[in-house]
Design a protein around this ligand. Structure first.
Ligand code: ATP
Ligand code: MG
Length: 568
């Protein structure tokens, strides 16, 4: 026995989180004939957000890890709020993240007939009754966790009467809210969810899949566990707020399961992120009120927003991996997500030159009609990515911030009389500053050292600063959208007394017109591609971008990586 335990311990895969451990133990114990089937159960009433990614990575990840399968199940039990637009976006987002459910796409509405049959059976067995009270009356009778509830005056109707009323509810004879079907369990239970929970309510709104076939719709608690059972789900993984629902989950599953198979609910902590709201209701409100430009606005914490902003699936999954799964609620820092994004973009983004706030530079000793081509490394992290070429000519743009007329001591960029290297090209020296009548600098006159191009004897000559630049004649004009955090309060959800819209960051989007980008981007900037504007940040072409009107979203700022690169 001791030996057996030991060998089991050594065979155990490393680094399991607590959910994986439970699944592993169940499989070892031969539960459900060794089958593993999870599900991801979104309600199609909004777009998926980063919180859902945590659930998706768990549901699909655990199935992948132990050779099981994961279903996609749309929890479509409330036709009022649901829509096919959401179904389509959810499918698309899960695929984009890199997960696949094969042909196992299901809908809770597929089980409406079986759920209805079960309800009828429970009515006949005296375990369910039709209550004619209003939802307010029912709520008032619930009691509190420390005081028992009050039984409904309709609780002891006969099964015949209940059955008749339930059938008529479903035939549309009664108004919404006039009657509900409740489970007859225990109004004094210490678990509030056992105090005769509502099983069915009347909704007279067409359903996006079943049309107007049904007039009664099951509540989450009466649908979820049974849907798991009908589908053969073995591990129903959800978030901590469902812990108190679990006994009810088991109660309804008991009506169906036998000893050979039963689904099991396991809960982990939700993802909460700083400077973000995650409630679908609030996100919908932002969209509906035009406070953002849609579900896929790059400031939104939705998968489609993050995709549009330029986050990669790998960066998001790495972030989820790092924060891990526990049994305790936590608030994760958005910086951690941003770090994961930078880390991945650093390895995949193509390096290009773009000048956000252009200042013209004329190289006085460079021939007017001459154009040279310099080679730029696409990605120093991955030399296999090769190079692309960029034209150099007499008139250039540099970043306005990279010049100072009266620089402080440690300013290593351009100043009168000073030298800098133009990245990938020559060393230049500023000889003159041109100003307009108001004293604004309009142009710099420089000279170049023709001996300092790569491969030439002077190419090793050292100067302190290296600047990005573009050739004025060849540069392409573009628009940059600079995003910042959507909220300026660390935890908007923790401020229940304030309207969350007051906490929106007024500077979450800045639009900069007429930035100058190298001509390579005119042909190579398609949405979905990642670029590093050298020394500026990571950018991706927006969905609105066209070859003749380029629009770039800033995915994220670079931070100090340029300084590091310079010190190498
Ligand atoms: P609501 O039910 O209020 O519409 P929801 O966020 O629970 O919103 P669902 O579509 O029901 O949305 O969620 C699908 C799955 O995603 C559920 O299993 C849920 O537990 C999980 N999920 C939702 N939000 C988070 C989150 N912030 N962190 C982890 N998992 C989440
Ligand atoms: Mg939910």
């Amino acid at each position: 026995m001791a030996e057996q335990l030991e060998s089991q311990e050594t065979n155990q895969p490393k680094g399991l989180n607590f959910v994986e451990q439970i699944v592993y133990d169940d499989l070892q114990a031969g539960k459900n004939s060794g089958r593993l089937n999870t599900r991801f159960p979104p309600e199609p009433n909004g777009y998926l957000h980063i919180g859902h990614v945590k659930a998706i990575c768990m549901d699909f990840g655990v199935a992948e890890r132990f050779g099981g399968t994961c279903n996609l199940r749309f929890d479509d039990t409330n036709p009022v709020k649901e829509d096919v637009e959401y179904v389509d976006s959810i499918r698309n987002d899960i695929h984009w993240l890199g997960f696949d459910w094969g042909d196992r796409e299901y809908y809770a509405s597929d089980y409406f007939p079986q759920l209805f049959d079960l309800a009828v059976r429970l009515i006949k067995e005296g375990k369910a009754y039709v209550d004619d009270q209003t939802s307010e009356e029912i709520a008032a009778q619930k009691g509190t966790p420390t005081t028992p509830g009050t039984e409904s005056p309709y609780r002891n109707r006969t099964p015949e009467e209940n059955l008749d009323l339930f059938m008529r509810m479903n035939q549309g004879e009664f108004d919404e809210g006039a009657r509900v079907l409740r489970a007859k369990i225990d109004m004094a239970s210490s678990n509030m969810h056992f105090r005769d929970p509502i099983m069915y309510r009347i909704i007279k709104h067409p359903h996006h899949r079943t049309g107007d076939k049904w007039k009664v719709y099951p509540m989450y608690d009466f649908a979820h566990g049974q849907s798991d059972y009908f589908e053969g789900v073995t591990h129903s993984i959800c978030t901590l707020e469902f812990v108190p629902h679990r006994p009810l989950y088991d109660y309804f599953v008991d009506e169906l399961a036998d000893e050979t198979y039963r689904p099991r609910q396991i809960e982990f902590n939700r993802l909460n992120l700083t400077y973000t709201v995650m409630s679908k209701r609030k996100l919908l409100q932002l969209v509906k009120e035009g406070l953002v430009q849609g579900w896929d606005d790059p400031r939104m914490p939705t998968i489609s927003g993050m995709r549009r902003r330029g986050y990669t699936p790998r960066s998001i999954r790495n972030f989820i991996d790092r924060i891990g799964y526990t049994k305790y609620e936590a608030l994760n820092s958005i910086s951690l997500l941003e770090h994961a994004v930078r880390e991945d973009l650093n390895s995949v983004a193509t390096r290009v030159m773009a000048v956000i706030n252009p200042l013209k530079v004329t190289i006085a000793n460079y021939p007017d009609d001459k154009v040279e081509t310099v080679q730029l490394e696409n990605n120093p992290e991955n030399p296999a990515e090769g190079t692309h070429s960029m034209p150099f000519s007499r008139e250039l743009y540099i970043e306005r911030d990279d010049f100072m007329e009266c620089p402080p001591k440690k300013f290593f960029r351009l100043a009168p009389g000073g030298e800098v290297r133009l990245k990938g090209a020559y060393i230049i020296k500023c000889t003159d500053v041109v100003k307009d009548s108001e004293g604004n600098i309009t142009e710099l006159i420089c000279t170049y050292d023709p001996d300092t191009l790569s491969g030439m004897p002077g190419s090793m000559r050292k100067v302190k600063g290296t600047l990005h630049w573009v050739s004025a004649r060849h540069a392409v004009s573009a628009t940059a959208r600079i995003y910042d955090r959507l909220f300026n309060v660390e935890n908007p959800a923790a401020e229940p007394d304030r309207d969350f819209r007051e906490m929106l960051n007024p500077d979450s989007l800045k639009i900069i017109e007429d930035i100058k980008v190298e001509p390579y981007l005119a042909e190579n900037a398609q949405p979905g591609k990642q670029f590093q504007f050298q020394r500026i940040g990571y950018f991706t072409p927006d969905l609105d971008s066209r070859p003749d009107a380029l629009v770039f979203n800033r995915t994220i700022a670079l931070k100090d990586s340029w300084e590091k690169a310079q010190n190498k």
